[in-house]
Ligand binder design. Sequence first.
Ligand code: AMP
Ligand code: ZN
Length: 322
Amino acid sequence: MDAHVLTEERPAGGAAASPAALPPTYLESLLAAGLLIETGVRGLYGRSAVFEGIADALNAVITRIGVDQQAEVLRFPPALGQTDFETSEYLNSFPQLAGTIHSFCGDERAHRRLLARLEDKQDWTDQQEPTGLVLTPAACYPIYPVIAKRGPLPQAGKVVDVLSYCYRHEPSLEPTRMQLFRQREYVCLGSPERIVAFRQLWMERGQQLGRDLQLPLEVDIANDPFFGRGGKIVADSQREQKLKFELLIPVNDGAPPTACMSFNYHMDHFGSLWHIALEDGSTAHTGCVGFGIERLVLALLKHHGLDPANWPQGVRDTLGDV
Ligand code: AMP
Ligand code: ZN
């Protein structure tokens, strides 16, 4: 509910709004070219047809390179039921990123009170009540309860293909850090050996895709923003156990490279929370590869220019029609 309106000295409203001496930031260039469309809220943008064309092409490539996974395609709207969200334990690790959906549930008197608040330019959001829906924080979250309800998995495990808008409350002026963005994922459920092999395969495929797209990249152990003092211990352990790797590409002016894909091994975390078992009764291990669709589009635009018609032929060939 707290809108983070662009109030920086340097608003994102296009090059004309910035001091004459400074070149436009990457965000300003994207807005000026109409690729992203400003809403007045940091990290919340519209997308142009060109932007969406690149996003669609990326999704098609990811489908193509994952055909051999024989993944079950599952799509969900970008929300989870509150109970499933609680079970996921997301609030233990990232309470600062979660977003909940609230609605007006009152009678006519309450409606008059709501309108009076608006009229008086007072805060009206305390008139809203929780709906029992939580915005999806990562595209794979909705699938675990669904798979769990089906009963034990075949011993060989399985792969699921998901795509969802995700919400994270991290308003920023960096165009790569959005509040609502898409993650495409392949999620693998099975034995520990299968997940480790799956992750290795996708680390290789992710790097190959980056090279085919002629993007400068490196892979490194990830640093998730676990909350609070206890979170530091979890983050250290995640790093020590090498549970998560990221593919990084320089995108933002003068900033460290940005994670555009992640390769995760959750061990039995979700399998235990949801009681997902294999045929032999053992708890399923899980892992996922996540492609940040907007970040990959932004990386392509940054390195090859704002007009895909002028991109190198090899990149255009990899993407098919853009
Ligand atoms: P994660 O679940 O944090 O591993 O995220 C998976 C992928 O989603 C990352 O590698 C990014 O490409 C993308 N992503 C994560 N957070 C954001 C964000 N705030 N804005 C845009 N893309 C994001
Ligand atoms: Zn995932």
